[in-house]
Design a protein around this ligand. Sequence first.
Ligand code: HEC
Ligand code: HEC
Length: 222
Amino acid sequence: MRAVKLLMLVGLIGFSCTAQAENKMLEMVTQKGCFICHSVQAKTGPAIPLAPAYADIAERFKDKTDAVSYLAQRILKGTIDTQQDWSGQVNMRFMPPNLNVTAEEATQLATWVMSIKKDTISEEVIKHEGMLGLAAQNGCIACHGMSKEADSHYIPLAPPFSEVSARYKGNAEAKAVLAESIVQGTVNKEKKWPDVNMRFMPPNPTLKQEDVDKLVEWILSL
Ligand code: HEC
Ligand code: HEC
């Protein structure tokens, strides 16, 4: 009985670690701007995507032994000087070099891309991908991270969304308070987050109410 419980516990810890690692990678992909052109899963519908879906890239290179180092170089250097790899399947002629990515990050990104399995992309990843896209499009990611950087020496500009979620857990007013902060900003309000590098959040007056609600719900789920 005890062994079973222990196994279950180990299983749970294992699961939450991989989920956390997965979230870290999604966050990196967002912050590096990759989602401007790529998606994780191929989108259905008639529109030709700008760039290949990561699931399709993983599928295409799955039998290539040095896929990770090859793709890491492609990410760093872009694909300008080479023949178009995804000709006819995407709307962009080439990928520009990703100058904001270090060699080490490129390896992490390529490893992550190659780990994606077309048929088993979790709901979790699809949900976060969509919400990170929305947060990126609306500029939230310029100031906010999703999770706290345990090893960072920098004070963040704005509270990581997971910290916001932790602080408002069990607060019945959370949705209303956060929605108001997001739309009106916090310019004339008392500072709520002392451990961040910015005095206030600017207002987001053009954000649709529907998107505000989605963002709040997502933030509180982190
Ligand atoms: C401006 C749009 C754009 C951005 C931003 C972008 N990519 Fe790409 N990416 C492309 C296009 C287009 C291709 C297909 C190129 C081709 O057909 O040769 C591609 C191809 C790739 C490939 C496959 C390369 C190959 O040899 O087939 C990988 C892996 C990749 N991108 C990863 C990334 C990562 C990781 C980021 C973020 C750091 C990123 N991309 C940012 C447009 C982009
Ligand atoms: C220019 C930087 C910046 C941008 C862009 C930004 N925020 Fe903020 N945000 C902040 C800062 C700084 C705080 C902390 C304010 C404080 O200490 O009172 C904050 C606080 C928050 C909070 C907590 C509010 C509270 O009442 O406790 C939420 C939720 C939030 N932001 C969501 C968002 C969302 C969603 C977006 C995009 C639509 C966004 N932020 C864009 C800087 C920013």
